[in-house]
Design a protein around this ligand. Structure first.
Ligand code: 26Y
Length: 822
């Protein structure tokens, strides 16, 4: 009955068209005769959005009615990318949208290309959160994401004279995918002091007061599931001056400037995403962001829980909160503050509720990425929270002392407070102590955290608290949307698109692996995807690349542990070998295009130097007429989600070559294999599980194992490791000035020599180069290559984020799906 009032339900191209036109003419106030691609995109987006809102309301209603346990995914990063194409595909209306706009004179691809990426994240952790939202909705779980609505997402990268230059990413000019909820605001306090007094009944009460107040305003983003009406909510908080705080007194008395300054100070909190990936810098503003977001989210969650008038002890049966890394760990402390200071529960009852509610996902073992907050800084900003942390620590250490009497070393090792100068709060320890479950993101990583950084906690809490959930990626965006031709070919073979909901069905492809016609169609699609990339490279860099050459891609954040430096040293080595060959020898070589992309954190000097070396090598190699198409080197500017969508389908080979034991999982490795590419990689992160699934004859593994890293590093420190000869040759070539002023690259060479080669480039270099030779040989046999990529894809079912989310739901959150009627 209600449906017939829903004007925006459309189910054919005419209706879609009508809605686009209506929005262009009325919402945007433009004439159709003056409608450019941006206006047409906007009209299409608004039409799609109307449809999503209806499903979204239905979903929220169904969830309220079902009154089941919900999960809240707290993440400081959501790397969503574009929405229109994804929403059209998830709702299965792309076909008539394409026809609808084509009759208006537009190509859908051009409209889709008008959309700005929502880039509220750095890399893997942020993109994982986005894949998880897609899976949560597609599997109909009652789930909310909570994050910050940054005015500036991750910076845009420009390459100027070979160097990275950062440009602000202002993305909110036109964003139809969000809804401000002017009625949903929360006042958040900072600074101030704690007033303690004794009640008549003798109990002590702590009141945090006298601080400055900032207001959090909710913006909601609908998250459409695939093949279901479920449309979940992502709630992002934006900061603004609290209504009481904007100083009208000052304003009226003429102190206009300082009243505007106060306003700006409030808005600063959600102004910009910190552009650091896997490196902690400990800035006060970031702590402010964390508390602001966590406090607003918890207020919201608690308010929703209170509506059901249940006892507090029911809280963990209604609410699961997942902490995406330690960034939201303050939520543990804030919930304690709410329960003890405001709701007057006794400490133990409150603590039981808290430790039944939270789960903590760790994404790294790198020491420089583990968050620590200086106690003086923290005390000034959040005085009451520091007291609560001290109490949590005290009770925890007392319990450890009882179980392990007289082990003072253990106590100091596991204390939340590190006795450095100044003292610091170890957020990971707080997250472990306050959570029911702790998980790593791939098997090796989950094993490593249990045996290294968290081993004392395994001893204290037992093994059951620590678990693994191997990451996954959503096949909707990373197969169906990014590679529509491959998705359609698979559908043709399997009979339906059901594999997009149950990726294990891909196994049905394996029987076609030797079918010559199928192989041809398969490889033709790869070729067309490479042609599209070649055109993009030509248009944006001027470099011509041969689409028949082997495309070797490494795209990810630039970091020494990910070893882009090893890749470019390998390219130099290949260049030197080619130069040394006769014409006849050269003619037998496999042509290669080495493609790099990724952002360096603005303050990460070494990462920026790696980018400079890549661009310097590309200038020399690409202009060497003797080399021609045998080797091209390309740096793709401003790597982001929408670029990943056309890069992943265009690789023959992708590189996942981190020093063993450093890459927690990696997720682009999964995307590349899912799109019919092979991998060269180390025994690290999810590469290991990918190998197990697809078979070791289909992956080019090389290098030392995680268990040997410590000894190898030790050997370097004591000068026992001569540099690999091929690497030495590369260094000498750089020092000769072949790639420009060698002083520019001195830091990179120093890291390999006096620096102790911490990332073991030299130790792995010989096996890296010889493995690349195997790749060349394998690539010459097109039929075998086709066979191997088909088999690999058919065995990738495990790496869907649907599987990961089902594991979280069953083993950590204890939640069930809620059906939403169509
Ligand atoms: C402390 C702070 C500045 C910080 C900010 C961002 C610390 C870490 C990060 C981001 C970490 C990250 O992206 N980690 C990656 O998470 C992926 C998803 O689990 C993994 O696949 C990947 O191996 C890991 O590096």
């Amino acid at each position: 009955k209600w449906k017939k009032f829903a004007a925006t339900e459309f189910s054919n191209k005419e209706e879609f068209q009508r809605e686009v036109v209506r929005h262009v003419e009325t919402t945007l106030a433009r004439s159709l005769y003056n409608c450019d691609e941006l206006a047409a995109y906007s009209g299409a987006a608004l039409a799609m959005r109307d449809k999503l809102i209806i499903d979204w309301n239905k979903t929220q209603q169904a969830h309220t009615l079902a009154d089941q346990k919900r999960v809240y995914y707290l993440s400081l990063e959501f790397l969503m990318g574009r929405t229109l194409d994804n929403a059209l595909l998830n709702r299965d209306i792309k076909d008539y949208a394409v026809e609808g706009v084509s009759e208006l004179g537009f190509r859908m691809e051009d409209l889709i290309d008008q959309e700005h990426d929502a880039a509220l994240g750095n890399g893997g952790l942020g993109r994982l959160a986005a894949c998880f939202l897609d899976s949560l909705a597609s599997l109909s779980y009652p789930a909310w994401g909570y994050g910050l609505r940054y005015r500036y997402g991750i910076f845009k990268q420009e390459i100027i004279d070979g160097y990275q230059v950062e440009v602000p990413d202002y993305w909110l000019d036109f964003n139809p995918w969000e809804f401000p909820r002017h009625d949903i605001t929360v006042d958040i306090m900072f600074y101030g002091y704690v007033r303690r007094y004794t009640e008549d009944d003798g109990s002590t009460v702590n009141i945090w007061e006298g601080g400055e107040v900032v207001q959090a305003l909710a913006y909601d983003v609908p998250i459409p599931g695939y093949g279901t009406s479920t449309t979940n909510n992502l709630r992002l908080w934006s900061s603004k001056p609290s209504t009481g705080e904007f100083d009208f007194q000052k304003f009226n008395s003429g102190d206009y400037e300082s009243s505007v300054r106060d306003q700006q100070r409030a808005e600063t909190i959600s102004a910009v995403l910190y552009p650091n990936d896997n490196i902690d810098v400990g800035k006060e503003l970031r702590l402010k962001q964390q508390y602001f977001w966590v406090a607003a989210s918890l207020y919201d969650i608690v308010r929703r829980f209170k509506k059901s008038h249940r006892a507090w002890t029911e809280f963990p049966h209604q609410v699961a909160i997942q902490l995406n890394d330690t960034h939201p760990t303050l939520a543990i402390v804030e919930l304690m503050r709410i329960l003890v200071d405001k709701e007057h529960l006794d400490w133990d009852t409150a603590w039981n509720i808290v430790t039944e509610t939270f789960g903590y996902t760790n994404h790294t073992v790198l020491p420089e990425a583990l968050e620590k907050w200086s106690v003086p800084l923290f005390q000034n900003l959040l005085p009451r929270h520091l007291q609560i942390i001290y109490d949590i620590n005290l009770f925890f250490l007392q319990s450890v002392e009882r179980r392990f009497p007289k082990d003072r070393e253990l106590l100091s090792r596991v204390s939340i407070i590190e006795e450095s100068n100044p003292q610091v709060i170890r957020m990971a320890y707080l997250a472990i102590i306050g959570s029911k479950k702790v998980n790593g993101v791939a098997e090796l990583h989950s094993d490593l955290i249990k045996t290294t950084i968290f081993k004392d906690f395994v001893k204290i809490f037992g093994l059951d608290k620590f678990t693994n959930v191997t990451n996954g990626v959503t096949p909707r965006r990373w197969l169906h949307q990014a590679n529509p031709q491959l998705s359609a070919l698979i559908k043709e073979k399997l009979g339906s698109y059901n594999f997009l909901k149950d990726l294990s069905l891909l196994s049905g492809l394996e029987k076609f692996a030797d079918d010559k016609d199928f192989q041809k169609e398969w490889m033709d699609i790869k070729f067309r995807n490479k042609q599209r990339l070649a055109k993009y490279i030509k248009d944006t860099t001027g470099i011509s690349v041969n689409p028949s050459a082997l495309f070797d891609i490494q795209v990810k954040r630039i970091h020494e542990y990910k070893r882009q430096q090893m890749n470019i040293f390998g390219v130099i080595s290949r260049y030197l070998s080619l130069k040394a060959m006769t014409k006849e020898e050269r003619a037998k070589q496999v042509q290669r295009v080495s493609i790099f992309g990724g952002k360096a954190a603005p303050g990460y000097w070494m990462a920026k130097t790696i980018i400079r070396l890549i661009t310097a090598v590309s200038e020399v190699v690409n202009n060497d007429v003797e080399i021609g198409d045998l080797l091209k080197v390309v740096f793709i500017e401003d790597y982001n989600v929408s670029k990943a969508e056309f890069l992943c389908p265009a690789s023959d080979l992708s590189e996942h070559i981190s020093t063993a034991g450093t890459e927690a999982s990696g997720t682009s490795n999964m995307k590349f294999v899912l799109n019919g590419g092979l991998i060269i990689g180390t025994c690290d992160g999810a590469n290991i599980e990918i190998t197990r699934e697809i078979g070791e004859e289909r992956i080019f593994l090389f290098g030392n194992l995680a268990e040997d890293v410590e000894d190898l590093r030790h050997a370097h420190r004591y000068g026992k490791t001569p540099m690999d000869p091929a690497l030495k040759e590369v260094c000498e070539e750089i020092q000769k000035g072949t790639f420009g002023e060698p002083g520019v690259f001195a830091g990179l060479i120093h890291a390999l020599t006096e620096g102790g080669d911490y990332y073991l480039v030299s130790d792995d270099f010989a096996s890296y180069l010889s493995t690349h030779k195997l790749v060349d040989e394998a690539f010459k046999d097109t039929a075998a290559w086709a066979h191997n990529t088909i088999v690999a894809v058919s065995r990738m079912g495990f790496f869907t984020s649907d599987r990961a989310i089902n594991e979280y739901a069953d083993e950590i959150w204890n939640i069930d799906p809620v059906k939403v009627d169509n």
